[in-house]
Design a protein around this ligand. Structure first.
Ligand code: TPP
Length: 269
C-alpha cells in the first residue's frame, strides 16, 4: 500500500462530505501513481481553490495550493523551470472552465506537458452550490432556483479543439478505468485532459433530487458508455467514456529548449 505513503495523514480527516466523488478520484490517481512507480519527489501537484483543489493539501508531493482558476498558469511556471518533474493539476469544473477557462484553452493550445484533471461535479461545491459552465440547461442551483438556461461546455470537445494532445473522460463510478486512463495521461508527453464525472450529493444531488451518493453513482454507471461499445451505438445520447485523443505533437518545454539553444548559438556567432 504505497499509496498511504503518498498521503499527508496529518491533514486528515479530509473536508469532503460523505458520498462526495472527489475522494474516489484521489484514490484512482494515487493508484495510477503507485502503479507507475513514480517517486513522490518527482511529482508536483498544483491546484486552485475548491473542494477538488483541496487535494493538493492531502498528497505528500511537492504541492502548490494557489488561487481559484489560476492553477494552470502556476503549473506552467513550475513545468518550464523544472521540465523533468511530473506536474498534475486537479481542478473543479468552476476552477477549470469558469474563472480558469482562458488559462485552460491556452495551456491546451501550447501543448505543455501537464496532466489536467477536471473533477466535474457540475456545480460549485465549496461555495455552496452555484451553477458552473458544466452544469447545463435545466439544473437547479443556489444561483438558479428556477433552473439554469446556460448551455454547458463539453470538456472533451473543448480540450480537443483547443489543441490538447491527450483527452479522455471517465467517472467516479469507474474507479479502475480512471486509474488506467490517468496512468496513460501522466505518461503522455503533452497537455493531457482527463474529465472525471464526480458526484456532489450535498449541493447538486439534493437540489436536483438525484438521491443519495449511491443513486448518483448509479447514474454515472447507467448514463455513460465506453466509446466503440454496442451500448453507445444503440443509445447515442449516453455520455461517452474513454480516450478520445492521443496524439504525438511538439511539446512546449521541448520546443522552448530548442529556442534557447538557437538563441545561444546566434549570440555566440
Ligand atoms: C478569485 C476567486 N473568486 C472566487 C472564489 C470563491 N470560490 C472558491 S471555490 C469556488 C468554486 C468551486 O467550485 P469548483 O471549482 O467547481 O470546485 P468544487 O468545489 O465543486 O470541487 C469559488 C467560486 C475564490 N476563492 N477566489
Amino acid at each position: 500500500m504505497a499509496v498511504k505513503d503518498y498521503l499527508r495523514q496529518r491533514f486528515f480527516p479530509h473536508m469532503w462530505c460523505p458520498g462526495c466523488g472527489h475522494g474516489t478520484i484521489l484514490n484512482s490517481l494515487l493508484r495510477a501513481i503507485e502503479e507507475l512507480e513514480l517517486d513522490k519527489k518527482d511529482i508536483v501537484m498544483t491546484s486552485g481553490i475548491g473542494c477538488s483543489a483541496r487535494i493538493s493539501g492531502y498528497v505528500d508531493f511537492h504541492s502548490l495550493h494557489t488561487m481559484h482558476g489560476r492553477a494552470l498558469p502556476c503549473a506552467t511556471g513550475v513545468k518550464l523551470s523544472r521540465p523533468h518533474l511530473n506536474v498534475i493539476v486537479p481542478m473543479g469544473d468552476g476552477d477549470a472552465l469558469a474563472i480558469g477557462g482562458n488559462h485552460f484553452i491556452h495551456a491546451a493550445r501550447r501543448n505543455i506537458d501537464i496532466t489536467a484533471i477536471v473533477m466535474n461535479n457540475r456545480i460549485y461545491g465549496m461555495t455552496g452550490g452555484q451553477f458552473s459552465p458544466l452544469s447545463g440547461v435545466g439544473i437547479k442551483a443556489t444561483t438558479a432556483p428556477y433552473t439554469t438556461i446556460d448551455n454547458n461546455f463539453d470538456v472533451v470537445e473543448l480540450a480537443t479543439a483547443a489543441g490538447a494532445s491527450f483527452v479522455a473522460r471517465s467517472t467516479a463510478y469507474h474507479a479502475k478505468e480512471s486509474t488506467d486512463i490517468l496512468k496513460k495521461a501522466i505518461q503522455h508527453k503533452g497537455f493531457s485532459v482527463v474529465e472525471i464525472l464526480s458526484q456532489c450529493p450535498t449541493h447538486y444531488g439534493r437540489k436536483n433530487k438525484e438521491g443519495d451518493a449511491a443513486s448518483m453513482l448509479e447514474f454515472h454507471k447507467t448514463n455513460t458508455a465506453k466509446i466503440g461499445s454496442k451500448a453507445l451505438e444503440k443509445n447515442p445520447s449516453l455520455t461517452p467514456r474513454g480516450i478520445f485523443v492521443d496524439l504525438d505533437k511538439p511539446e512546449y518545454c521541448a520546443e522552448y529548449e530548442k529556442i534557447i539553444a538557437f538563441a545561444m548559438k546566434e549570440k555566440a556567432s
